[in-house]
Design a protein around this ligand. Structure first.
Ligand SMILES: [Zn+2]
Length: 143
């Protein structure tokens, strides 16, 4: 999926639900959202998305900072939206914020970066931890 079409998906989503809060967005999209403590050690799971008997579920590591949880949640929403029909893959586990090893992870990051473009609170908090956002933005710009 091209960056352009991901960007269009984000716009469509925002227009359809008119809901900037990703937690409420999950509810509106009928995606089950769970929070579960999964540790803060290096390599701990940050969150994951799965599909089971047509039910979409997102699980977020509840021990992460709140703003990180928000970013992960939007990343998982990206999987839920743009990777719903990927054959053979029903689960996306996320261990790193910025994982470029997989095309799907890259797409979900682009989705999250695009979604968060006008989220000033997150932008402010990310000032200290720019790697994720900077890299994503950089990828958007260079394409
Ligand atoms: Zn992912």
């Amino acid at each position: 999926m091209s960056i352009d079409s991901i960007s269009k998906e984000v716009k469509k989503l925002k227009r359809k639900y008119d809901e900037p809060n990703p937690v409420k967005l999950c509810r509106d999209m009928k995606i089950s959202l769970l929070h579960h403590p999964m540790g803060l050690f290096e390599g701990a799971c940050k969150g994951f998305y799965m599909e089971q008997s047509r039910k979409q579920v997102i699980v977020i590591n509840s021990e992460l900072d709140e703003y990180l949880q928000r970013i992960i949640l939007i990343h998982e929403l990206g999987h839920a939206l743009i990777h719903k029909n990927v054959p053979g893959i029903k689960t996306f586990h996320d261990f790193n914020l910025f994982d470029e090893t997989s095309h799907y992870e890259y797409e979900a990051n682009i989705f999250a970066a695009d979604f968060l473009l006008d989220d000033e609170e997150v932008l402010k908090l990310l000032n200290d931890d720019m790697s994720f956002f900077y890299c994503s933005q950089h990828s958007v710009r260079s394409c």
